[in-house]
Structure formats: structure tokens, C-alpha cells
Design a protein around this ligand. Structure first.
Ligand SMILES: Nc1ncnc2c1ncn2[C@@H]1O[C@H](COP(=O)(O)OP(=O)(O)OP(=O)(O)O)[C@@H](O)[C@H]1O
Length: 445
């Protein structure tokens, strides 16, 4: 079997077996080559190689043996090729003699409220937070670039600013630029129009740290990708730190040039998931405390149970609660919270229950509800279970951990995997597409 085919098959198996966070952080960035006589897995940096060697080597070996049907000669090696793949960088036009304008492109204003102290740690953001902190303490050394991805309002921008703030705190004159990718594109277009491209280049290429938010907006913008690629390489060569955020894993960003994706993956890619209940409560209480608002546990739990997938919405609910208390002169208690967030409650009540989804899916596929909650992994059970999880995510307000709990105490990462799998299958498998649509209709009646 070719190494690439073997690895594809191993990846499918490992995705089900390895903790999802670990899978995305450590396993997914590996590559293999058909030209090697043994099964070498190339890690994009030393950090990933060392972590895998210490933590997952046995499992990788066992999986390769199982999938290959024999003893496979496996090793994890450093991908030197990737590190030297960059073309020779274009020399920065600023040779250091000319002082940089402090803010020629409106980029370097960091939000001072987005710090590590104001960021609450939970299982969902643990790796991302630790990696960002490490990068800020040792810019340009630890992981470069650091690529943070995850859904809307989960704290990607917050962590990125926290990094910028900490870098500046440690070295006051560090040149740190934060820019939204759309802003990078529009500044570049403006520079071309006004014939000031040299200034643009020298500014970006002389930074100590470049933080670019929502990199997915680069998709389709070939010229910007081109310029960014050169900026990127120059910065890496000069030891500057690059941090990028996106709503997707690099390879999943459509129309992003392969060479950029490959550069992104040469550092460390970390994911942020929606926070668990306890983290949501901690975030609410922390925000309240910072604003001198007295928020008791009952109210915090009630709000956190209602708003599950997005920290920005969680903050919005707290603001509504505070405004409502000011206008009415009432204390912030459970009654006020119920009244203020009533529309959310109504929305919730209209939603479909998890029990109903499990019963309907089990009947539809001719299995038992207990099968859905069991540990059985054969496809006749596993696929309906994934479909039921995806429906629960779509049709209820339940959090991923709560959905996992309802299916025999599974981890929230298993739910994320199920939703992704079903999403893929609905697009590629007409039978699943039909089944999923029918179930949606049955449940929505
Ligand atoms: N773990 C956390 N602790 C405290 N506040 C948080 C946390 N996560 C997110 N927030 C807050 O939630 C709000 C939204 O976060 P942020 O803007 O960083 O999200 P994002 O992932 O960048 O979203 P988008 O994809 O929309 O850009 C911010 O006010 C941020 O401070």
C-alpha cells in the first residue's frame, strides 16, 4: 500500500480514537511521502514531533499495523523540507535606518481589555490559551506561526490581542501590529493605487509580531495572498512572531493557495471549542465582577444554561440583564433574569427535546434508544448515533457537552466529530442526505 493511502486510512481511524483536540493539534498536521521506503510521518516542527514521540507513538504504530495488515516500519521525523520550502525572501525595503511610522496603516492599536488575566481558561480553550501564552513569552521561538481557529465569538481575537499585549508588556518598543485580514487587503489595494507599495511592504516586513485576524477573508484574493506570502516568509526569517486566526482549519479554507496553507501548518494549529457550562458560568461571573455587578450563582447558571455556543452572546445577555436592572430598579435575581431573557426561554421551549430526537432516530433506523447510548461502535449503530447527535446540535439549544452526556456520557469532541461527519455525508451520500432531510421533517412537525 502506498504511504499516502496508508496514512489516509490511519487518519480516519485515529480521528475516531484520539481525543479530538489532540487529533487536530498533533496528528492532522503530519504528512507522509510515497517515495520513502519506510512509513515516515513528517512533523512540521520539532514540538509536534517531540509531543507525538512522547505521547502517541504506540497508538500510531498500532494503527498503522492494523490498517496495513502487517508490522509497519513507522517513524516520526522532522520535516526539514517544509522549513526550507520558502523562496528566498524579498529583502525588507526598510534597512533599519529609517524609523518606522508608529501607525501608518492604523494597525497597531491593541485592545487593552483583551488580556490573559481577563481570559477564562476551560477545557475548550486550554491548548489554544497555553500555546498563545507560550508564544507571547517567547515570540518567534516557540511556534511560528501560531494558527488559532474555531467558531464565532469563542475568544480567538481575545487571545490574539492578549498575545500582543503581553509581548508589548515584556518589551515596550516591540513593533506589534494587529490587523483584520480585510484591512490588510484594503491597505494593500490603497497602497497600489497611491503608488506607496514600498511603504506598505517595509512597514509590514519590519514588525516584531504580526497578528492577522480572520484569515479566511484572504480566500480568492490572489494578489493579497501573494503579498502576504512574501511578508510572511520575510517575517519568519527575521524571527518575528506571526499569529493568525480563522473560522476554519487551514486546509479547509477554500481558495487559499496551497503554499500558504502549507506555511500556516508549519507552525502550530490550535482549535477553540464552545465553552462548557462551568466555563460559561466562570466567564459570566468574571465579567460581572469586573463591572462591579453582583451576580449570584443561581442567576449565572441560569444564563449559562440558556446561552451555550457563543461567548459574545453570553456577554450580550449579561448586558441586557444589567440594563434591565438599571431601568426597573430591580435586583438582579432569578425572577429578573427570567423576565429579561424570556424570549430566549420561549425559543428554547419551542425547540425539540433530545429524547424525542433519540426516539425518532432509533425508530427510523430500526434500532433501540439504548443502542444510541451504548458503547457499540459498529456502523449500523454508530451512523444513526452520529445523525442523532447532529440533529440534536441543529434542533436544540443544548451544548456539545450536554449532547455528549445524553449519548452515554460521550465527550463533546465526539459530538463535534459526529456533526462534521454528518455534514460531509449529507453533501456526498445521497442516501444519508435523504434520511437526514426526512428526519428533520418528522421532527419539525
Ligand atoms: N474564555 C474567555 N474568557 C473571557 N472572555 C471571553 C472568553 N472567550 C471569549 N470571550 C469574550 O467573548 C467576546 C468574543 O470574543 P472574540 O471577539 O475574541 O471572539 P472570536 O472568536 O474572535 O469571534 P469572531 O470569529 O466573531 O471574530 C469577547 O468580548 C471576548 O472577550
Amino acid at each position: 500500500m502506498q504511504n499516502t493511502v496508508l496514512w489516509e486510512k490511519c487518519l480516519k481511524k485515529l480521528e475516531d480514537e484520539v481525543d479530538q483536540h489532540d487529533f487536530h493539534t498533533w496528528v492532522r498536521p503530519l504528512n507522509t511521502r510515497d517515495t520513502d521506503s519506510s512509513f515516515k510521518l513528517y512533523a512540521p516542527n520539532r514540538f509536534i514531533k517531540d509531543w507525538l514521540t512522547d505521547n502517541l507513538l504506540d497508538q500510531l504504530q498500532a494503527t498503522a499495523n492494523h490498517v496495513g495488515g502487517m508490522d509497519v516500519q513507522l517513524s516520526v521525523v522532522l520535516d526539514d523540507h517544509r522549513a526550507s520550502m520558502a523562496p528566498p525572501p524579498t529583502a525588507p525595503e526598510n534597512n533599519g535606518d529609517e524609523p518606522l511610522e508608529s501607525n501608518p496603516f492604523g494597525t497597531n492599536v491593541l485592545n487593552s481589555a483583551f488580556t490573559f488575566e481577563n481570559h477564562i481558561e476551560g477545557k475548550s480553550n486550554q491548548i489554544a490559551r497555553a500555546a498563545t501564552k507560550q508564544v507571547s513569552e517567547n515570540p518567534g521561538v516557540a511556534y511560528n506561526p501560531l494558527f488559532i481557529y474555531g467558531g464565532v465569538g469563542l475568544g480567538k481575537t481575545h487571545l490574539m490581542h492578549a498575545a500582543g499585549n503581553l509581548i508589548k508588556q515584556k518589551r515596550q518598543n516591540a513593533q506589534v501590529a494587529y490587523v483584520h485580514s480585510e484591512r490588510f487587503v484594503s491597505d494593500m489595494v490603497k497602497s497600489i493605487e497611491t503608488n506607496t507599495m514600498n511603504k506598505f511592504k517595509s512597514y509590514y516586513r519590519s514588525l516584531d509580531a504580526l497578528l492577522i485576524d480572520d484569515i479566511q477573508f484572504f480566500a480568492d484574493k490572489d494578489k493579497s495572498q501573494e503579498e502576504f506570502f512574501h511578508t510572511f516568509n520575510t517575517l519568519l526569517e527575521t524571527g518575528a512572531q506571526i499569529i493568525l486566526t480563522s473560522d476554519k482549519f487551514p486546509k479547509e479554507i477554500n481558495n487559499l493557495q496551497e503554499r500558504l496553507t502549507s506555511r500556516f501548518e508549519s507552525g502550530l494549529t490550535v482549535r477553540i471549542d464552545p465553552p462548557e457550562l462551568e466555563t460559561r458560568v466562570a466567564i459570566l461571573k468574571n465579567k460581572a465582577r469586573k463591572n462591579n455587578i453582583d451576580l449570584n450563582d443561581d442567576v449565572a447558571f441560569m444564563v449559562a444554561k440558556k446561552i451555550r455556543s457563543n461567548v459574545r452572546e453570553l456577554e450580550g445577555a449579561l448586558h441586557r440583564l444589567v440594563a434591565s436592572s438599571r431601568f426597573t430598579g430591580r435586583e438582579i435575581d432569578l425572577d429578573l433574569a427570567k423576565d429579561t431573557l424570556q424570549d430566549l426561554t420561549l425559543f428554547q421551549e419551542r425547540k425539540i427535546s433530545i429524547e424525542n430526537i433519540q426516539k425518532t432516530v432509533a425508530e427510523f433506523f430500526g434500532i433501540r434508544v439504548s443502542d444510541l447510548k451504548s458503547k457499540r461502535r459498529n456502523r449500523q449503530i454508530a451512523r444513526p448515533r452520529q445523525v442523532a447527535m447532529a440533529l440534536a446540535k441543529e434542533l436544540t439549544n443544548m451544548s456539545l457537552p450536554d449532547i455528549g452526556d445524553a449519548f452515554g456520557g460521550r465527550d463533546h469532541t465526539t459530538v463535534i466529530h459526529a456533526c462534521k461527519k454528518v455534514d460531509e455525508l449529507v453533501k456526498t451520500d445521497s442516501k444519508i442526505n435523504e434520511d437526514y432531510n426526512s428526519l428533520q421533517k418528522i421532527l419539525s412537525v
